[in-house]
Structure formats: C-alpha cells, structure tokens
Design a protein around this ligand. Structure first.
Ligand code: PLP
Length: 400
C-alpha cells in the first residue's frame, strides 16, 4: 500500500539550510531560513528564557497531562499581549484561545475550525491569501480542505504594497470568506499595512461579511509590541469576528519548543465558549495536547515583572539591530553605486525583504560567493552583520 505514494521534493528552505551548513567557504553568508541571528551569526537563547528555564526546573513537580487547551496562564498572557488588557473584546469575554504547537499548529487548528464552519453552513467559502505570502500558508490551509485564492499585495517592480490592487481583489470576496492578513512584518516582503489601510480593510470586510484571519508571528520585531498589534487590535474592535494565529518562535526565540496559540474573537461570549470547545476538540483529534515546556517559560516571563522587562529589552535590541542593518545595508549599497535601487529595504519591517533579483542572480550569489537566500530573492536581513555586510554588498553589485 505504501508504494502508491510519489516522491516529493524536499522543502526548498530546508534544502538551502543543509546546503549552507555543508558549505566550507569561511565567508559563507546564510540569508535563507527565517530565524533571528546575532552579530556572530548565531541564534541565541534569550537571557529571560534562560532564567525562566532555571526557575522552571526548580518549580516543576509533575509531568502529568495539561489538557488540549495547553497552559491556561500562557493563553491568558498571550491574549493580553496580542490585544491589550483593556481591549473591549477581552473585557466582554469574547476572546477564547488555546495553546498550539507553534504558529503552524495555530494556523492548522484555525484552518480546521474554518472547515467545520463551512460544513455547518453547507457553503464552501474561500480563504484569500496575499500574493506573495509565506510559502507554508498554502499547504497548511489547503491540507485542512480549504480552497485558497490570492489577492494582490506586493508589487515586485515598484517594491511597494499595492493597496488599490489588494482592495480591488478583496472586493470580489463573498460573505463567510476568510482573508488571511499578516499582523506585522509581512513574510516574505517586509511591506506592512499602515493604520489607514487597516481601517479601510476592516470597513470592506464588514461590508462583505468576510472574516479576517490574522497571522502574527513577529510581534515586537517590526515597530514594537503594541505598534505591531495595532491592525489586529483595530480589527478585533471593529469586526464582529476575527481569527488569530500567533507564534512565540521568533519573539521569544523558542523555535524548536513549538510555542504558539490560536484565538477566536466571537460575536458574544457564548459563541466564544462554543468555539473554544471546538478548538480543543480539533486539537484532541490531531495531537491531543500541545507540548508544555516552551509555553511554561513564556508563562513565567510574562508574569514576572523583572523577567518581562528583560525580555522586552532583549526584543527591542533585536528589533533595533535589524532596523540598523537595514539602514547600513542600503547606505553601503548606495555607496557602491546602487543608485537608490534598494532604498525600499530601509522602510520595510521585520526580518525579510526581497532583493528583487532574478533566480539566476540568486544562484550566482550562492555558487560564486556562498551567499544563500531563497529563489524568490527573499533575504533574511538578520543574517547580515557588520562583519559580512561589505562582502554581501560587493558580491551583489558584481552579480548585478
Ligand atoms: C508568517 C509566518 N507565520 C507563521 C509562522 C509559524 O512559525 P512557527 O510554527 O515556527 O511558530 C512563521 C514562521 O516562519 C511565519 O513566517
């Protein structure tokens, strides 16, 4: 029976990481995988996490099951981090959520919830995703049995967010459709919606009866913890229903511990409770319960004033480091004769930007200079450092 399956290509980002790891060139630069790196090219354990780990070893007394919703303290703290403690939807008890295995787990559980809703209303809606979007959105949501359509988002020619095109495409959405939005630090483009655009989207979705689904995997790495959640908070205030997938992989550096959460903002607290039961039931049927360890660490950090402050300082340092790299990269490119071609990179947010070069040029950078990035020319800005930046600038200018 197992011999009926066809071989599949390995995930290109994972392949790229393996290729980079086995490259012996001492000058190699990894701008591929979406993980934060420090000046030494290392993805460190945050100090606040390290302290929380030591505390946890002291206080953990049992490995007994925690349940399908995961750690209650974690869920509550993340809800408040995302929406703010005084958000109307929180005060009205219209927000429910469960801990999930990473942001991917959250997206998948949300996808299954949407599919169940379509089953109940006997109408298959469409999930609209940005073009481009994070590559894994497509299989994650399609595998829940959902039909996806793209809305135009980023114009690769002008390197700008094409908001009129986005609105034009979304105006074709229908009641009960879902629109997946990146809460901040759009992956792969780094081009984010401004406040006015979030407001116009809320208006359009309400008019159409469409539900926003916000994936927020980089809170704190764009403009700040509150600033990065502005759009999400606005939608949760002005739209009757919102679905949220969140991740602690990047902003707590807990990648391999698989820490995420899925939330539903419902019309009223009764509907919210029903949805919580559904979320738990979906989780129970797939993996039963999320891993506890990473969420326990986040729980400790967010409930300890000193540790929380330390975590925020570390996150601020990471955010400012990325912003500084953006500025210096653009300056150096211009000094090397780029004639403002890459100036947009300075304005973009979070870890990613497109270089806007061809696949052949991406390949040339890899083969001739051991500089690794994905074929679309999305680069992880955090992979730059003051040590490797001149090398990357020279290689890029010669490749152009
Ligand atoms: C846009 C986006 N959403 C969600 C995730 C999920 O991250 P994880 O499952 O590692 O928490 C990522 C990770 O790269 C991402 O870029």
């Amino acid at each position: 029976m197992l011999d009926v399956l066809n071989p599949l290509a390995v995930d290109p980002i994972l392949t790229l990481t393996l290729e980079c790891n086995s490259d012996t060139n001492p000058n190699k630069v990894d701008l591929g995988a979406g993980v934060y790196k420090n000046e030494a090219g290392h993805t460190p354990i945050m100090k606040a996490v390290d302290t929380a780990e030591k505390q946890w070893y002291q206080q953990e007394t049992s490995k007994v099951y925690v349940g399908s919703a995961g750690a209650a303290g974690f869920n509550e703290a993340i809800m408040r981090l995302l929406l703010g403690s005084d958000h109307a939807a929180v005060l009205d008890r219209r927000v429910v959520g469960i801990q999930t295995p990473g942001g991917c787990g959250a997206l998948s559980i949300a996808g299954h919830l949407i599919k169940r809703c379509y089953g109940s209303v006997q109408r298959e809606g469409t999930v609209w995703v940005s073009a481009p979007t994070w590559a894994n959105h497509i299989p994650l949501l399609s595998d829940c049995g959902l039909s996806l359509k793209e809305y135009r988002y980023y114009d690769g020619e002008s390197h700008t967010l094409d908001f009129p095109a986005m609105m034009e495409d979304l105006s074709k959405s229908k009641a009960n459709d879902i629109v997946l939005l990146h809460g901040c630090c759009h992956n792969p483009s780094g081009a984010d919606l401004n406040q006015e655009q979030w407001q116009l989207i809320a208006e359009l979705l309400n008019e159409k009866g469409v539900v926003p689904f916000v994936d927020i995997a980089y809170q704190g790495l764009g403009d700040g913890l509150d600033e990065d959640a502005w759009g999400l908070r606005y939608l949760a205030e002005h739209c009757p229903e919102v679905i949220i997938a969140s991740s602690c992989s990047k902003n707590f550096g807990l990648y391999r511990e698989r820490v995420g959460s899925v939330f539903v903002v419902a019309k009223d607290s009764q509907v919210a409770e029903i949805n919580k039961g559904q979320l738990m039931n979906i989780a129970r049927g797939i993996y039963s319960m999320p891993p506890h360890y990473g969420a326990a660490l986040v729980d400790i950090i967010l409930h300890d004033l000193q540790l929380r402050e330390q975590w925020q300082e570390e996150l601020t340092f990471m955010r400012e480091r990325i912003a500084g790299l953006r500025t210096r990269f653009v300056q150096k490119l211009n000094a090397a004769g780029a004639a403002s071609r890459f100036d947009y990179i300075e304005q973009e947010k979070g870890m990613f930007s497109f270089l806007g070069i061809s696949m052949d040029q991406v390949r040339a950078l890899k083969e001739q200079y051991s500089i690794y990035m994905v074929n679309s020319s999305r680069m992880n800005i955090a992979g730059l450092s003051d040590k490797n930046m001149d090398y990357v600038v020279q290689a890029l200018m010669q490749t152009l």
